[in-house]
Ligand binder design. Structure first.
Ligand code: ZN
Length: 460
């Protein structure tokens, strides 16, 4: 009976899940009522939230959603990850693979500050999709938003300048959102705590506390500005980041000059993921690099692990070097930065944070983690626009939303255990009552049994 009841419970839950998935598709086309603001604080490592004090952030998540950490994309650099957030694609699919790239087709070299939009054309950022759906977008310094990707910048945008203050950026965005009701998607980028993380290293708790206090004040400013514009509570806001940060050291340098001649190769990008173009003998260069340093992994392009999703693109060079956490690859010379990122995206120190607030989101809800590429289908859902093909999954993020019915695992286990206890108790009581009740047929049964025993020749 117990097994039957539990099976029934499981079948019901199964039906509920599949019915729910069916509804997800329908919801993609529901009309949009609330704009969406995506904010990135560059280099905000997820565990900063455990180590430092964030009063404004706490206020933000008290009636919103907090996610423990995001698994971001490899390489854990600024440009690849910002483009993944707005396309839902791994770096190999959107083509912004690092901060420095070489394209063998066009023979062009990309560095930060490059204004050639052709680098970004392998994907379509969400602001362009929003505009193609008949709405408008606004962006303050989000990487790529001031370039004509697919022939279009964001509708309203600020040309990139690190000198523009956070206050000016959020001031412009709230004005655009308030004055132009067609603006449905807005994106805001801020350079901290990345800048301080590089300069001081994340282990410098005194300097990092100062930088993070400023970041928290900016979260407070953002909430205040949205309140003044009468948007707070009416706008969906996602706060996140591109990557974390780890401590580097002069004692953890990998010097390529100790292993091979500079005339053997050219270097496109150096640390912590180096992109190497051998000039003559590929296998010779590979062999020299392969025995260069125990804290550096060396991959021929075709052998880069699938889990990194960093192989299928022409802009990835024939040999890739990946330094272990905290190690820095140089040709020679001294340590360039006390803190760095770009390492393997499975490292906790590389993981960014996420929090969300607004009418679409649950209040006081906590989710352990998901992939940063899952944010794209979430945003398309919130905006009611068709998501382009992407590597993300809406199923993994849907529980953040108020409109979604999600069974909490702990609650489900609790219910199942509760049902088990009740059913067991009822069964025991039933058996007890049955055994204690009058049973007039018992003596006759015993007599009959005795008769049978006596007659059975096999028992002799
Ligand atoms: Zn960054």
């Amino acid at each position: 009976m117990l097994i039957h009841q539990l099976l029934w419970l499981a079948v019901c839950c199964g039906f509920a899940t599949s019915e729910h998935r069916g509804n997800d598709t329908e919801k993609q086309s529901t009309p949009v009522t609330h704009p969406l603001l995506l904010v990135s604080f560059d280099g905000f490592r997820a565990d900063y939230l455990k180590t430092y004090s964030f009063p404004h952030f706490q206020k933000f998540v008290s009636d919103g959603v907090r996610v423990g950490y995001l698994t971001n994309v490899f390489t854990t650099k600024t440009f690849p990850n910002h483009y993944s957030l707005v396309t839902g694609l791994y770096a190999e699919s959107h083509g912004i693979l690092a901060s420095r790239m070489y394209d063998p087709q066009t023979h062009k070299t990309f560095t930060i500050g490059d204004t050639d939009p052709s680098w970004w054309e392998e994907a379509t950022p969400i602001w362009v999709s929003v505009q193609n759906s008949g709405y408008k977008s606004a962006a303050a310094m989000w990487p790529g938003s001031d370039l004509k990707i697919k022939n279009s910048t964001a509708t309203h945008f600020l040309p990139y300048s690190p000198k523009v203050t956070f206050q000016e950026r959020i001031g412009n965005l709230t004005k655009w959102l308030k004055d132009d009701s067609d603006v449905r998607f807005a994106a805001l980028y801020w350079e901290e705590p990345d800048r301080s993380g590089h300069r001081y290293g994340p282990n410098n708790t005194v300097e990092m506390a100062k930088a993070l206090k400023e970041v928290d004040n900016n979260i407070g400013l953002l909430m205040e500005q949205l309140q003044q514009a009468n948007l707070w509570g009416k706008i969906n806001v996602i706060l996140t980041s591109d990557h974390g940060m780890t401590q580097c050291s002069e004692e953890r340098l990998i010097k390529l000059d100790n292993c091979l001649n500079r005339t053997d190769y050219s270097v496109v990008d150096l640390t912590p993921v180096a992109a190497i173009m051998p000039l003559n003998n590929v296998s010779r260069v590979y062999n020299l690099l392969n025995k260069c340093h125990p804290q550096m992994k060396v991959y021929m392009k075709e052998n880069i692990p699938e889990r990194l999703h960093y192989k299928y693109n022409e802009r990835i060079q024939p040999i890739i070097l990946v330094a272990e956490e905290g190690w820095t690859i140089v040709q020679n010379g001294s340590l360039p930065r006390l803190g760095d990122h770009g390492y393997d995206n499975s490292l906790p120190s590389m993981h960014p944070f996420l929090a969300a607030h607004g009418p679409a989101f649950r209040k006081g809800y906590h989710l352990s983690n998901f992939n940063s590429i899952d944010i794209y289908p979430l945003m398309c859902h919130l905006l009611g626009i068709q998501a382009l093909p992407n590597n993300g999954s809406f199923v993994k993020v849907r529980c953040m939303l108020e409109s979604e019915t999600c069974a909490d695992l702990a609650v489900t286990v609790g219910i199942v255990i509760g049902v088990l206890i009740v059913l067991t108790t009822l069964t025991c009581l039933f058996r007890l009552m049955k055994s204690r009740g009058p049973s007039p047929s018992r003596p006759f049964a015993r007599l009959e049994l005795q008769d049978d025993d006596d007659d059975d020749p096999l028992l002799d």
